[in-house]
Design a protein around this ligand. Sequence first.
Ligand code: GLN
Length: 221
Amino acid sequence: MLRQCNDGHRAPCPGSADDGENGVKIGILAVQGDFAAHAAMLAGLGAQTAEVRTVADLEGCDGLILPGGESTTQLQFLQEEGLFQAVKKFAAEGRGVFGTCAGAILLATEVKNPAQASLGLLDMSVLRNAYGRQLASDVFFGSSKLTDSPMEMVFIRAPIIDRVGPGVEVLAEYLGKPVLVQKANVMAATFHPELTEDTAVHRHFMNLIEASLRQAVSAAR
Ligand code: GLN
């Protein structure tokens, strides 16, 4: 199992005492929104989690979740705390970042309805609050590459992904629109996988993190 050494080198170091059961430590931006639900799901999967409110909190994490909530508030917090640049650097180093709903908005290269600054870590355009009233907040089932049967999807004032750039893989769709996408170490969902019993999306993110750690190890050789 890959673990991060205490001296900051990303290499296998079996037996690191403070790691979770499977050696992966996942930070969750904990400003507002449903960060606790992500923590509960990840804990059930054996990952260690850490609430992230400062740049120091982010250091030492193998992956980061940007949860649902209010993207405008979260954006302001990221900018005020220096986390905006720190998260960009974190992703540029190849570490896994997963944004759900408001988090997906923060990751997009283009935000519309209204326009808003963003981290620009995933080549896609999103329209905020765009599904209209009938789909404003409810549970639906959509097709996903991660599961054999349709995936349960909780939408809460969700954005629509109306364009994805080259190389962005669509992992799940609903009503003909991408709702779960990934490019390399960055993934985004417009729904809330942390609010269902289905652990497939979080397991996929944990696999992504493990793969990014393996890559970092082989690059260091
Ligand atoms: N509508 C919210 C926003 O634009 C996102 C909603 C959510 O994260 N559930 O930030």
